[in-house]
Design a protein around this ligand. Sequence first.
Ligand code: AMP
Length: 398
Amino acid sequence: MQSVRGFQDIHKQDAILFDIMNAKVLSFAQFNCFESLHLPIIEFEEIFANHLGDDSDVVSKEMYSFVDKSDNRIVLRPEFTASVMRYAVENSLDKQVLPKKFFSFGPLFRYDRPQKGRYRQFHQYNFEILGASNESHTDVYGIFLASELIKKLEVQNVILNVNILPKNIELYKKKLYDYLSNKNLSDISKHRLSKNVLRILDSKEECDIEILKNAPRVTDFLEEEELKYRKFIAEQLQELKIDFEFNDNLVRGLDYYNSVVFEFIQKDLGLAVLGGGRYNNLFTNMSNGRTLPAFGFAAGVERLMLATNISAFLRPKLGIICADEECLSKCLQMINSLQEMYDCDLILNGSSITKQIKKADQLKYEFISIIGTTEIQKKEMTIKELSTGVEKIVKYDY
Ligand code: AMP
């Protein structure tokens, strides 16, 4: 028996880290006044097919789609943003008190090529800021929040890549196409040329990288106002002491971005752990012309897990051994109060104290404390570190 390729069990140490990170990110979202938005795992196919770009990888080859028993074309969601926008249109968010800030978390599905850090089912933390009229402040605030999230999760060795997409992206696409069309590109890039020319900028193939060195640059297509905006973003990031690089080749592969885009790349993995940007047109396209400015970012949980050090999050584990039955209630109450400092548990296996200590060791509990009538009378407890045998007596009012 085995699980489906690209789908994995999250268990053992990974499950501990997954849960700790989820709790941290949920409180991060709450502390920053994001509302939780729990969205369904399936949506109508058109939500993604009509709005992410037909030629995007996600739509053209990665969607898990099926026809349900009522002949609806359904997909397992490949991303959150389009679902959030579907929700925004369905609930006329543009007519409500704005801005709205949403946090969503959960599994996403892409029929991608599985490898380290790339799975067919993976999880994201997704943040969206909708209807904020001060767009420049929102962009800087959003990138700052993303950077704080990365810090909070102790993800080391990351660099922020930023780009500003020109209003006149169609002209840029045409010029890029003209330049690339007579070049000897890799097979995959040749295929992308007519379908999604911007994706060629992402190519990791040596021959493409060489050709791209002389390709038209996206910055050359920015208007004066957009160049000023690029400078503003740079100044703000410098003031915030966020390390960043402008990357002209960063386009993010989806049609809906219209201005600033960014990614945090983890250097050891060589992969993005978080990405986002401004996408003012998605709501307009979905709602037949209404407006709702939008900015969002999403972080991939599995990639964050690969890039963080679990020990930064773990608390010591303490096993309580109840030596006399009449002490049981005191032991249980004590477990409750000790949980501020330790992950604390009552040892439930082992017919003798020696066997219970052995059990605590097998369970990888770092500390034990044996509680009997003597300890309760003396109002103290002995905490023993199992790896060293070192004991510490502390006062405890049972
Ligand atoms: P995207 O929705 O493509 O902008 O991706 C946002 C983040 O989700 C990326 O920076 C990754 O951390 C993560 N991610 C995207 N695709 C995958 C995948 N197939 N497996 C694992 N994580 C992914």
